[in-house]
Every structure is written in C-alpha cells, then in structure tokens.
Design a protein around this ligand. Structure first.
Ligand code: PEP
Ligand code: MN
Length: 360
C-alpha cells in the first residue's frame, strides 16, 4: 500500500467517525424526546422487548464483515448509553452533604454533638442494679461526663443470656442520670416501645442488629428525639446512610451515625473498626459521626490509641463502656473498663490534646 493510499483511507475513516458521531447524537436527541414522553406518561424508561426487536432487526440486516454477536454488542452499548441519558438526575438523600452543606449539630443536655468538640458517651453495657448504676453515675460525674449510656433492652446472641431489665431498666437509668445531671442514651429494640421510651431517654439508640429494622427506623423517624444509629455489623456505609434516611425522611432530623466495627475474618478484635468510614461519612453526610470504641474492639488494652485514631480522623464523639465491676457484669464483661481504668483512659485522652481543655 502506498503512503498516499494510507492517508486517503485514514481521511475517509476520520470522516466516517464524524458521521457516526453525528448520527449517534441525532439518535440521542430522539431518545431524550422519548424519555420526556415516557416521563410525562409515567412509564418505565427501559423497554426490554423494544430493545430485543431493534437488535433482532439489526442482526437480520447485518451485511458483515462483523459477526452477529459483535453487532449485538456494539448496539447494546449504544442502547445502554441512551438509557443513561433517559435516567432522571440521581435523587439526593436528605442526609447527604449535597442537600445540606453545614454540619448538623444535635444538642443533648447542653452538649453539642457535631459542633466541633468531641463528646463522650459512657456507661455500662447493661443497666443491672441501682447500686451498679449509682456507682457508675457517681464515677462518671467526676470526669464531667454528661451523656450516660446503658442498655435496658439487650439484643443478645443467645436467648439464654441476660436480656435486660426492660422498662425497669429505663426507669433506673433515668433516675441515675437525673441524680448526676446527665442525659440518657439507651437502646430501644421494638417499634412499639419508641413512644413509651420518650419519657425516659434523651437519645434513642438503635443498635447494630436493628440497623435495618425498617419498622423501628420509621417509628424513630416519627418522634422528635435524637437517635443514635449504629452501623450494622455487615452493613455498608451506603446502607447506613439509607437507614438514617428512613428516620430523617419522616421528619426526625436529629440522627447521630455510629461506626461500631464490622465483621471481618480478623479475630484479634471483636469487630474490625472501619476507621475510614468516619471521614467518608463526614464527607458524604452532614450528620454527626461517633465511634463506639468498645464494641468495635471488644478489648480494653487498645482503647486509648483507638480513641485517638477516631478523633484524629474527625469523629464527633466516642462511646465507651464503663462498669463499676466488669468481672461480674451481666453482659460484655470482658470489654468494659472499671472506673480507675476509665480515669486513666480519660487522662491519656486529655493529654493527647484531642479533648477540649474543659469538659463542655
Ligand atoms: C450496645 O451499644 O449496647 C450494643 C449492643 O452495641 P451494638 O448494637 O453496636 O452491638
Ligand atoms: Mn455492650
């Protein structure tokens, strides 16, 4: 082939490319028109029967040299790109940063969650006895803790394990919190208990196992009380945000997201703390994000570095389990700090510079 001939063919190809592009653009405009018509009629954009008809017609008219499957493949790509044009703009979630650029700040008991200063939610895994709650309340008060956690309804793996004191537990944690000037953070597991819980809790906790209990999320969305929503142990970040959307879309805009570790093959920790979830959630959503350092690790010896890591990547707060006598705790005995250990942990955290000089 002479050099001239090669140049000539290349020039023709360039021309054909432009013609194809022009035809594709014309085709795209027609597709958009169909999309508008279908939108007005409310019909489904993707029509697989019509698509099959078009492909069959093209294959029947195939003059070669491409084989039929290549023709199908090429046109399928064109159809798919066209369908993309017809798709509605992606609906942004209410919890998304794209919907609201400023951080949501949730005020509980004078504590601003998501306001730039990290907060600490501390207390036992379960509410057990008046003595236990009084000891932990008094101990935490000494460190200026204003948010008291404690489960009255315990979602336990085994039905034979302690299931929590129920309403009596809520009464007890409320009494303790009132005595020591704290707010109550406690888990509710049943949609029918949400209304009743309002009298006792300042923050409704929805646990990892219930992150996709949609009826519970809807009920929590119907009330006006902050909700601490924990990430399911096998839930993606996107699924956590959708779960939060269930609550926010019902009008309850005060949702705190909580990373509490996910299930992986690693056995050194109870769960694997997904530290990258924190900056991703902060980026994707305007809601406050906290980290449960106790349930994510399931161990006491790494709580200080883990807490520092969580705050370093932008967490708005931490959850830590504290029990006056962890060895006899009715749940999570191995992972709870006793009061001297908590004091030491607080000291270490303060020294790290991540906590405000004075407790809020
Ligand atoms: C809890 O915080 O008491 C608890 C049960 O945690 P999770 O739902 O994260 O397992
Ligand atoms: Mn626990």
């Amino acid at each position: 082939m002479t050099r001239e001939r090669l140049e000539e063919i290349r020039a023709q190809l360039d021309e054909i490319n432009l013609e194809i592009l022009e035809l594709l653009s014309r085709r795209a405009e027609l597709v958009q028109e169909i999309g508008d018509l279908k939108k007005r009629k409310g019909t489904e954009r993707f029509d697989p029967i019509r698509e099959k008809e078009m492909l069959d017609r093209l294959v029947a008219a195939n003059p070669g040299p491409f084989d039929d499957s290549t023709v199908r493949h090429l046109f399928k790509q064109i159809f798919q790109a066209s369908l993309g044009l017809m798709e509605e703009e992606k609906k942004e979630l209410l919890v998304s940063r794209k919907k609201r650029t400023e951080d949501t700040v949730i005020e509980v008991n004078g504590v601003r969650i998501g306001g730039g200063q990290p907060v600490i939610i501390a207390g036992p895994c379960s509410v057990e006895t008046p003595e236990q709650m009084d000891a932990v309340g008094a101990g935490l008060q000494q460190h200026g803790i204003l948010l008291l956690r404690g489960g009255a309804y315990k979602p336990r793996t085994s039905p034979y394990d302690f299931q929590g004191l129920g309403k009596k537990g809520l009464e007890l944690i409320r009494k303790t919190a009132d005595k020591y000037g704290m707010a109550v953070v406690s888990e509710i597991v049943s949609p029918s208990d949400i209304e009743m819980s309002l009298e006792y809790v300042d923050v409704i906790q929805i646990g990892a196992r219930n992150m996709q209990n949609f009826e519970l999320l809807k009920e929590a969305g119907n009330v006006r009380k902050p909700v601490l929503l924990k990430r399911g142990m096998s839930a993606t970040i996107e699924e956590l945000l959708f779960a939060a959307e269930y609550i926010v879309s019902r009008g309850n805009t005060e949702v705190i997201l909580c990373e509490r570790g996910i299930r992986t093959y690693e056995k050194a920790t109870r769960n694997t703390l997904d530290i990258s979830a924190v900056p991703i959630l902060k980026q994707e959503s305007h809601l406050p994000v906290i980290v449960d350092i106790t349930h994510s690790t399931g161990r006491k010896d790494i709580l200080l570095p883990i807490a520092k890591a969580a705050l370093a990547v932008g967490a708005d707060g931490l959850i830590v389990e504290v029990h006056p006598e962890p060895s006899v705790a009715l749940s999570d005995a191995k992972q709870q700090l006793n009061l001297p250990q908590f004091a030491q942990w607080m000291e270490g955290l303060k020294a790290s510079g991540y906590l405000p000089k004075q407790e809020p």
